[in-house]
Design a protein. Structure first.
Length: 214
């Protein structure tokens, strides 16, 4: 317990850093994932191509390489932002590709007759997608969306290698201070468990309330 009690502020700062990265990147991933899923099923060919390219490139790019591209590449083009913002962009964009495919799989579970009926009533593609198809699709993909966001929380550990304050990076300071590396990682693991179990609990509640009964 000495490792935790004597360095509680350090752990707390790292925990809050990871929590902020997770929350902000999750919001970005959900928004971009929803947008790209809409593009992937859009009747406009150029939008489908854009969605496909987005998913293909990001899903097949190592996250560490994406961090290098965002945190070190964008400033070369004059875009200078805090490293935490760059980390949110990297995490959010990367995870959005997986959210997109999860949502698209949910869209494919909705009978095509639902969309056709909406268009028969005079709804546009955007209206039928937003009011008819996506609400039904989301109900069927609540668990995999939760799992994807849990993976995002764990992936945030990469940000520590790029001078971003987060939980895993606390072990460097603790190691320099001479604390047991084993106990340092034990309390780091507890911090990640708190975050991931909280996400799991939130999505369990959502699934019980809105999920499709099996």
């Amino acid at each position: 317990m000495d490792v935790l009690t004597e360095n509680f502020s350090l752990y707390g700062k790292g925990f809050l850093g990871t929590l902020e990265l997770t929350v902000y990147a999750s919001v970005l991933a959900l928004v971009l994932g929803f947008l790209m899923a809409s593009f992937r099923v859009a009747p406009v060919g150029s939008l489908r191509v854009l969605g496909t390219v987005w998913v293909t490139v990001l899903r097949n790019t190592p996250l560490t390489l994406l961090f290098f591209a965002v945190l070190l590449g964008l400033p070369r083009f004059g875009l200078v932002l805090p490293f935490q913002v760059f980390a949110v962009l990297a995490l959010g964009c990367y995870t959005s590709a997986f959210i997109c495919e999860v949502l698209r799989s949910g869209i494919n579970t909705v009978p095509t007759g639902q969309g056709e009926a909406a268009r028969t009533l005079g709804m546009s593609f955007r209206q039928s997608l937003g009011s008819v198809v996506l609400p039904q699709a989301f109900r069927s993909v609540i668990p995999p969306v939760g799992s994807t966001l849990i993976a995002l929380a764990k992936n945030s550990a990469i940000a520590g290698a790029f001078s971003v304050t987060e939980l895993l990076g606390t072990y460097k300071t603790l190691n320099e201070l001479g604390y047991s590396i084993i106990w340092s990682f034990v309390w780091i693991a507890v911090g990640y468990l708190i975050i991931t179990l909280s996400i799991s609990a939130i999505f369990t509640v959502l699934e019980k309330r809105w999920g499709v009964a099996r």
